[in-house]
Design a protein around this ligand. Structure first.
Ligand SMILES: Cc1cc2nc3c(=O)[nH]c(=O)nc-3n(C[C@H](O)[C@H](O)[C@H](O)COP(=O)(O)O)c2cc1C
Ligand code: SF4
Length: 494
């Protein structure tokens, strides 16, 4: 992963730790409405892909155990990882593209509701993504993938050679020659692996996205509702299809690209289709980027404007993230695919403890506050979820007090200690296992390995019946909080 050159070292802090009475009277532990849904607390576990599914994209026992463990910490809401809306092979990524997946997902929602005593609400993040290939061997690229166009032949002076000879001559040019004769897109495919973008309107399936995506999202949302989820988060963030429509880099010429109004058109049409499919009684919102953090990308003025459009359209919540784009990703090794969290924008998404003067904590606060202010100025009371480097009560409470957001997301802190919010609510914040922002978990995610936290994955490996990683070396869920008290009486289910 890219790291800021300053490499200033930051350590997490506990902040001011509230006694139980103060915690219970706090904003963080007060209820909030998301349209038809009420969260008991304003603590939120944002989507995190843990690579626990299988090649069929099914809910496995490991998926169930993973989320049940978060649920035992009783956050206000958990958002299930990015879940594919198409029924196509996607490696061990969870899928919701076919009715046959509903039973497994129902098992998951039941397990979470049970493990939290009915106190945690469960949403699913719905994702669509475009095709990306692994970085090819140069020989394979020149012999099989590269389109040998007349323009390329002309540029390379290969007009008179037959196809096989021309391809061999191109291969022999080597890196400097390739940089001179290949067009930028082909060069990128050679160096990074071919990647489709929403701008590829010459490809029929890319041209068809505005017609195809609304029903795909709508059917996925219907399945989620049937499976017992309390709501859905449309994934409009990071490097994926819907974020690419919102991006300032979207140059489509079909009325879905260019101006802000055109870029937000498909995201609004997707939402309208979802709403039409499931009606008003079920929570639907989206996650989108407060800032893309890439050259030529959307900034906070764009996202504040988008936020207002989403709120006016009737979304039940807005959740923000930042960065995480392919545009500035590091070059992958041969045979590997580019990963959108390896460049500067990836750092903005999941900042690490070696940072610049701004540090890794709360990097998205200002931009999220701008979005929320614009939404309020437009007369909408849509709740906004703010996430990024939050790991203690004082910071979360300050964000709420200042009106920067209405709900506080903690991804890695919840991974480090799924009981952090419960411990804090009980006045036992001193027992929280603090995330150190090492990004060991994110490194596993990058390799599509089962995600765990280095602070607990080697602990208590002799626990009876323990489920471990494929290599048997790591436990797959955080150890139980053995000192957890029986819940006090006012801990009624919401
Ligand atoms: C292992 C891992 C997987 C993630 N997967 C997703 C995902 O599926 N969808 C998403 O929107 N964000 C994903 N994220 C980003 C987090 O939701 C969150 O925005 C980010 O980690 C910053 O918040 P934090 O500082 O509280 O960790 C992932 C993060 C991690 C560490
Ligand atoms: S591995 Fe654990 S401590 Fe390190 S960043 Fe991830 S959650 Fe935090």
């Amino acid at each position: 992963m890219w790291k800021p050159p300053e490499r200033i070292r930051f350590a997490p802090a506990r902040g001011r730790m509230p006694m139980a009475d103060e915690a219970r009277a706090s904003r963080l532990f007060s209820p909030v409405r998301l349209g038809p849904l009420t969260l008991r607390h304003r603590t939120w576990v944002p989507a995190m892909v843990p690579w626990r599914s299988n090649e069929e994209g099914e809910v496995t026992e490991d998926v169930v155990q993973w989320y049940a463990r978060f649920a035992r910490g009783q956050p206000g809401a958990i958002v299930i990882e990015a879940t594919g809306i198409r029924d196509v092979p996607s490696g061990p990524l969870l899928r919701i593209g076919d009715d046959r997946q509903v039973d497994g997902l129902r098992r998951l929602t039941r397990a979470v509701h049970e493990a939290s005593g009915g106190r945690t609400r469960l949403l699913v993040q719905l994702i669509d993504f475009l095709r990306i290939r692994r970085r090819p061997e140069p020989r394979t690229f020149f012999e099989r993938h590269l389109a040998l166009t007349p323009a390329l032949r002309e540029r390379a002076g290969l007009r008179h050679l037959d196809e096989a000879a021309a391809r061999a001559a191109l291969l022999a040019l080597g890196p400097e020659g390739w940089a001179q004769v290949l067009d930028p897109r082909d060069l990128q495919s050679l160096q990074f692996g071919a990647r489709e973008t929403v701008n590829d309107e010459h490809l029929p399936h890319i041209r068809a996205l505005p017609a195809e995506l609304p029903p795909l999202f709508a059917h996925a949302a219907r399945r989620a509702r049937d499976a017992g989820f309390d709501g859905a988060e449309l994934h409009y963030a990071h490097a994926y299809t819907m974020a690419s429509f919102l991006s300032a880099t979207n140059r489509r010429s079909d009325g879905y690209g260019g101006t802000r109004a055109a870029r937000v058109r498909l995201p609004l049409e997707v939402f309208a289709a979802v709403r039409a499919e499931i009606g008003p009684g079920w929570a639907v919102g989206c996650r989108f980027l407060a800032e893309e953090c890439i050259a030529g990308g959307s900034g906070v003025d764009d996202s504040a404007w988008f936020g207002v459009q989403f709120a006016r359209a009737g979304m039940d919540f807005l959740s923000t993230s930042r960065g995480g784009k392919f545009d500035d990703a590091k070059q992958p090794g041969i045979g590997q695919a580019a990963y959108p969290y390896t460049g500067r924008s990836g750092y903005e998404c999941m900042p690490q403890y070696l940072s610049d003067a701004r540090g890794p904590f709360g990097r998205n606060r200002d931009a999220t506050a701008r979005i929320r202010a614009a939404v309020r100025e437009a007369g909408c009371d849509t709740p906004v979820v703010g996430t990024g480097g939050v790991h203690h009560f004082e910071m979360a409470e300050e964000m709420l007090e200042r009106g920067e957001c209405d709900i506080v997301g903690t991804a890695r802190q919840a991974l480090a200690d799924p009981d952090w919010a419960l411990k804090t609510w009980l006045g036992r914040a001193s027992e929280v296992r603090l995330c150190e922002y090492t990004n060991y978990c994110e490194g596993l995610d990058q390799k599509h390995k089962q995600v765990t936290c280095q602070l607990w994955d080697r602990l208590e490996l002799d626990e009876p019946g323990l489920r471990t990683s494929h290599d048997g070396r790591r436990r797959l869920v955080a150890p139980p909080w053995r000192e957890a008290p029986a819940l006090p009486e006012d801990a009624e289910p919401a």
